[in-house]
Design a protein around this ligand. Structure first.
Ligand code: CA
Length: 489
């Protein structure tokens, strides 16, 4: 009996110490998981970068974007929610569609329209993260007027470009001042300045590098906004030398491409900036302008490379998720259009890469069309944050784990009230507010040259695609009161 009791007592004591050991062990493991092991986020935004880059076999050299893509998943068909800085960025940062919020334009006072919305960095903040950033994250115009103080514990605002005393492209007379017409400062290009460190982007990245060198006692969400290749197209001369005019790649343009555009498409073109393209051609400067865009994109890549080097050399190398995206694409004469502000592929397709340690496999490519609206819910899932039910995107984690995962949701793009594009694996369907339509078959027409919408044999395809049009078309939210210029960019 005594012997039995002894065994019993030994068994109990073993059990207790086992439980104790297990609970101490699991406590340690748990506390480790909730603090040190929480993933950081490095969130990199580029401005006006289109798909004419080496990542998609285009001519613009972007070795650092290729290097980043090699580490994780490159979304080969990612599209913005709206082809302009402010509405695209607001959609990413709020996780809400322009057609739901009424934030359609570059002048819209998004924060006034959405005072209670919790932005992506705010949600990280509410989940115990330190949020910090530098450069252009929200639309920056007029002293960073669209920036959101509530989203960051600390922020290094985008520095102003320095300008030469006279315009380098010599297009029309120099009138000084900001604005966006052909006589303004932003409508200029050329080798400038000599010292790379004077550029706003180098200063943004210098700040980010300093942040990555510091010790942080809680997980961070750091946003770095690279301004180039947004105009003015200034970059140091070395970047221009990479693209000699004598051997310059030029965009493919089809004569008469606009002949099959419907009324809605023609209206959007008119409201864009046709005078810019016309002025460039009238001044015989098309090649120089396109060279400058290429130089500025490679310059942006260089700055991103400096940032990636800094992360690689930091203690955060293995516990940081990297997300890189551009706010929208850019036309350089394709479809006889200049800049953004349209619903075609060239202005809505954006580079988009996610590197998530332990989730993404190196060198993955996802060919499924996805939306930048999906970034917010994806980061929630990757970082284990609380769910937000109001978000309108879909977490891409299944595609990060398996880029070939079955995915039937097309992407919706919106520009102005009631104008939408729907993109699935094969088709781009555009529906304008006046009811006019375009349809392009990407199996045979990657440039979107041949509008099929009026051919009866495609009616059934259109009816299927139309089902994805947003049910709600919010009234446009009010513009920022302090807006002082009639020009949008
Ligand atoms: Ca056409």
């Amino acid at each position: 009996m005594a012997r039995k009791n002894l065994f019993k007592s030994i068994a109990i004591s073993c059990l207790v110490s086992g439980i104790l050991y297990l609970s101490i062990f699991s406590c340690t493991a748990q506390s480790k998981k909730t603090s040190q092991d929480k993933m950081n986020v490095l969130f990199i935004v580029i401005d006006d970068l289109n798909d004419w880059i080496t990542l998609y076999d285009g001519p613009i050299k972007m070795p650092n974007l290729e290097r980043l893509a090699d580490q994780g998943i490159f979304f080969n068909h990612a599209y913005c929610s709206s082809p302009a800085c402010n509405p695209s960025r607001v959609a990413v940062m709020t996780g809400l569609k322009p057609s739901s919020t009424g934030v359609y334009g570059n002048k819209t006072d998004w924060r006034k329209a959405l005072p209670d919305v919790v932005t992506l960095p705010q949600h990280f903040m509410e989940n115990g993260y330190w949020t910090e950033g530098a450069g252009k994250i929200f639309h920056h115009h007029y002293n960073n007027a669209f920036h959101d103080d509530a989203s960051f514990h600390h922020f290094f605002k985008l520095r102003e470009d320095s300008y030469p005393e006279e315009k380098l492209n010599r297009i029309t007379n120099w009138v000084g001042g900001r604005g966006g017409g052909p006589t303004s400062q932003p409508f200029d290009w050329g080798p400038w300045p000599i010292d790379e460190n004077q550029t706003p982007d180098a200063q943004t990245v210098n700040y980010a590098i300093k942040f990555l060198k510091e010790k942080h006692d809680r997980p961070f969400f750091f946003a770095a906004g690279i301004f180039r290749p947004h105009s003015p197209w200034y970059a140091p001369e070395a970047y221009f030398k990479l693209y000699p005019l004598s051997n310059l790649s030029m965009p493919e343009v089809l004569d008469g491409d606009l002949d099959d555009l419907p009324s809605g498409g023609i209206q959007i073109l008119k409201e864009g900036k046709p005078f810019i393209y016309e002025t460039i051609i009238a001044n015989n400067q098309l090649k120089e302008a396109i060279q400058a865009y290429q130089a500025c994109a490679t310059f942006a890549d260089k700055q991103i490379g400096r940032l990636l080097d800094a992360l690689d050399n930091s203690p955060y190398k293995d516990n940081t998720i990297i997300v890189l995206w551009s706010d929208h694409g850019f036309h350089l004469g394709e479809k006889q259009h200049w800049e953004k502000f349209a619903l075609w592929g060239k202005t809505t397709r954006t580079p988009f890469i996610i590197v998530a340690p332990d989730i993404t496999k190196p060198g993955g490519v996802c060919n499924t069309p996805v939306s930048l609206l999906d970034i917010y819910p994806t980061l929630i899932e990757l970082c284990g944050l609380k769910t937000r039910h109001e978000l309108e995107g879909t977490s891409l984690v299944p595609l990060l784990k398996n880029p070939d995962e079955e995915w039937n949701k097309p992407v919706i793009m919106t520009y102005g009230k009631g104008n939408h594009a729907i993109r699935n694996k094969r088709w781009r369907y555009i529906h304008y507010s006046d009811g006019s339509e375009e349809l392009y078959d990407h199996n045979s027409d990657p440039h979107e040259w041949y509008n099929l919408a009026n051919l009866p044999e495609y009616r059934k395809t259109i009816e299927e695609l139309k089902k994805w049009l947003p049910e709600k078309n919010a009234e446009p939210a009010a513009d920022m009161e302090t807006w002082r210029s009639g020009f949008k960019y």
